[in-house]
Ligand binder design. Sequence first.
Ligand code: GRF
Length: 203
Amino acid sequence: KKLVILISGTGSNLQAILHACRSGQLAAEITAVVSNKASAGGLDYAREAGIPALSLDPAAFSDRQQFDRQLMAEIDNFHPDLVVLAGYMRILSPEFVARYTGRMLNIHPSLLPAYPGLHTHRQVLENGDREHGSSVHFVTEELDGGPVILQSRLPVFPGETEQQLQARVKAEEHSLYPQAIRWFLEGRLALRNHQAWLDNIPL
Ligand code: GRF
C-alpha cells in the first residue's frame, strides 16, 4: 500500500511512520513527502531516506484553490491509498478535502473536540487542565473536526513547560499514528455517514 505524507515542519511523525514501514510494522511504502514550506526539516529527512520529497510555494499561486489543485496533481502522481497529514499547517480547500475524503487522516495535538487549531499545549497549561493528549481523525471540511479514530491521553505534570508537554505528546503520537494507519491499510477502518468505524463498529 502507498502513503503520501504532507508536512510543514520537523517531520518527527513522518520519521515514526517511515520507521514503522521499514521495520515491517506497517505493510506500506511512503511514495512521496510533500510540503508547503521548502525549509521543512522533514523534507531533508525524506530525501536522505531516498523518498521523493517536494515542496510547493503558496506564494507562487494566485489563491488557495490553485495551490490545492497543483498539490492534488502532485499527490495523485504517486497514487496513494492514504494521504497522511503529519504537521501540515495549511488550511485545505473544500475541493481538496472532497477528493480525499475517507482516505485522508490527520493527527492533532489535543483531546479533540477540545482545542482545535493552534497552540494547544499552551491553552492546556493556561487552563490548568490535568489531562492532555493527541487525536488521529479522518479529515473533513471542519478544521480538526473530523471523526476521531484514536486518542492518547497523558497527565499534565505540575510546573511543566509548553515545550516539555509538547515533547511528551509527540512521543505518544509516534506510536499512535502508525497504529491508526495500520488499521486503515488493513481495511478495518472506514468513514461512513460522518462517523469513523473500526471493524464495522462505530468508534
Ligand atoms: C504534531 O504535534 C501534530 O500533532 C501536529 O503537528 C505536529 C507535527 O510535528 N499536527 P512533527 O512535524 O511531526 O514533528
